[in-house]
Design a protein around this ligand. Structure first.
Ligand code: NOJ
Length: 560
């Protein structure tokens, strides 16, 4: 085994800069490997494809790559169903290629964050195959089983991808528990032997040179299914602290906990600066700012803007000095941000840049999801062409329930996870330069207009805007350390806030609407230095054009 134990000069230098951990000043780029770049023409992106695009990522100026799972997997949920934690799935490449990726990225100052799915495995994992053999198999207790007679599951808990969370195994006379698909049985975190196995595997990856981990659905680890508790179980934080002590052996590591259920109080535990649990929390409250509460995600109503601002501001204030948040609009489970929060039409570029500015000005670690830096949009496919297990199950269940086709189509277009999973748009050649074969999912037809090759050349592109933001973060510590104050709270078009630190302050001003807005802060902006804008030219200072956004810098004069 080739171990990447030697840290490259670039990484060590960042680590030694000072007390602030590197990941507080970092920008993280998420790669969904299956859709990023295909090197061998089988239509599926792979590790060699990622290796071939490292220059692009270096140019963008990111510090770490969060790699969605590349472990061996039957791909029931595109890799979030792992059958071997210590091997790479052949569709993505080999362990040697993973080592090269760690090494080559390291040379460019980029760390690799693996996506660890520890809440469940694939039903093809050796542990589960053993566990199913008999009740007294040593691996049986690695999973969650309850007796029954096959006619009625132990309780009414539902799986996230539809149906009951309990699956009957007649040979054993038992049900097993699964929060997601039937092919993703949940691990039994109450079993100390299981936990030790997981920690051993994590340490193995750390010794291979991995820079960190994103922990899939970390909030589910402490579940108590008998009491119908799935997230935030009473033992959750003790489990995370144990994992942190025993597995996260490298102090340089970044650890990110995905937690749909997190509120600001639990977030302070997850991401406490004493490092007892994780580096940061990855929570979704700002994605739940719909105009009407209480609807499931397929029934989303357009965003309630004032509510969104207040949620963002509340998180900024609550975690200041006592926790750390992830900043993101997109990931592989969410629709494209221009389609949800901005404009897919004439203001696509302005709104994509506005969203970038609004997000990157806040405190926390910003994430860029592949293609977000180009302003990629949602896709609309015939329903048979959707690939995502969640979307397919939803279509089937709603058809069975007799819901109108038009309603199903509308929900899928708005929410399906496949919106974010269409191939990365590299250039205007066939298949957007993603693959020489047939892509596993159709390329968005707008790739001739929206692609990386075109945007890299253009100083006013969305790509250039992200690049500038990444540089500004490195240059001005106020982006990392500054306090946050929401301005114009009730304004229905403008998101404005101040960041302030040691004599330097930023004013971030964003018009979130497709209409012009009077600029109530014109006198202030006139006195600041404009660092970045979503428009290439300056307009009337008293008016913010549709989706116009800017960051203004104010520096106190240094005393002689
Ligand atoms: C959260 C992941 O982000 C999602 O893609 C996956 O389907 C579920 N967890 C199950 O692992």
């Amino acid at each position: 085994m080739m171990q990447n134990t030697v840290k490259t000069a670039a990484l060590t230098e960042t680590a030694e800069k000072g007390k602030t951990p590197w990941w507080k000043q970092a920008v993280i780029y998420q790669i969904y490997p299956r859709s990023f770049c295909d090197s061998n023409g089988d239509g599926i992106g792979d590790l060699a494809g990622i290796l071939s695009r490292l220059d692009y990522l270096e140019e963008l100026g990111i510090d770490a790559i969060w790699l969605s799972p590349v472990f061996r997997s039957p791909q029931d949920d595109n890799g979030y169903d792992i059958s071997d934690y210590c091997d790479i799935d052949p569709i993505f490449g080999t362990l040697e290629e993973m080592d090269s990726l760690i090494r080559e990225a390291g040379k460019r100052g980029i760390r690799i964050i693996m996506d660890l799915v520890l809440n469940h495995t694939s039903d093809q994992h050796r542990w589960f195959l053993e566990a199913k053999k008999s009740r007294d198999n040593p691996f049986h207790d690695f999973y969650i089983w309850r007796d029954g007679d096959g006619t009625r599951p132990p309780n009414g808990l539902k799986a996230s991808f539809g149906g009951s969370a309990w699956e009957w195994v007649p040979e054993l006379g038992q049900y097993y528990f699964h929060c997601f698909s039937v092919r993703q049985p949940d691990l039994n975190w109450e079993n100390p032997l299981l936990r030790q196995e997981l920690y051993r595997m994590i340490r193995w990856w750390i010794r291979r040179g991995i820079g960190g981990f994103r922990l899939d659905v970390v909030d589910l680890f402490g579940k108590e299914p008998d009491r119908e508790i799935t997230s935030d179980g009473p033992g959750l934080h003790a489990l995370i602290r144990e994992m942190s002590r025993e597995a996260f052996i490298d102090p340089e590591l970044v650890t990110v906990g995905e937690a749909w259920s997190a509120d600001t109080e639990s977030a302070k535990l997850y991401s406490s600066p004493d490092g007892a649990e994780l580096s940061m929390v990855f929570q979704f409250e700002h994605h739940l700012a719909d105009r009407e509460a209480g609807k499931d995600k397929w029934h989303r109503i357009p965003v309630d803007f004032v509510r969104l601002k207040k949620i963002l501001a509340r998180w900024q204030q609550a975690l200041s000095g006592c926790g750390w948040n992830s900043l993101f609009w997109e990931n592989h489970d969410l629709p494209r941000s221009v389609s949800r929060f901005g404009d897919e039409g004439p203001f696509r570029e302005a709104s994509a840049k506005m969203l970038a500015i609004a997000l990157h000005g806040m405190q926390g670690t910003p994430y860029i999801y592949q293609g977000e830096e180009l302003g990629m949009t949602n896709i609309r496919l015939p329903l048979e062409e959707y690939r995502d297990i969640e979307t397919r199950n939803m279509i089937r269940e709603n058809r069975e329930a007799g819901l109108p086709e038009a309603w199903i189509r509308q929900s899928v277009f708005a929410i399906s996870r496949d919106n974010a999973r269409t191939p990365m748009q590299w250039d205007d050649s066939e298949n957007a330069g993603f693959s020489s074969g047939t892509p596993w999912i159709p390329v968005n037809p707008n790739y001739r207009e929206i692609n990386a090759a075109e945007q890299r050349k253009r100083p006013d592109s969305v790509f250039s805007c992200y690049r500038t933001l990444n540089r500004l973060r490195k240059r001005y510590p106020v982006f990392t350390d500054g306090t946050f104050r929401l301005l114009l709270e009730e304004d229905r078009q403008i998101f404005a806030y101040r960041r302030e630190n040691a004599g330097t302050s930023l004013l971030v001003l964003c018009n979130f609407s497709g209409e012009c807005a009077a600029n109530p802060l014109a006198a202030e902006t006139a006195a600041g230095k404009l660092l970045i804008s979503s428009y290439p030219d300056s307009g009337d200072p008293g008016v913010l054009r549709p989706y116009e956004a800017g960051i203004y810098l104010f520096e106190r004069q240094k005393e002689e």
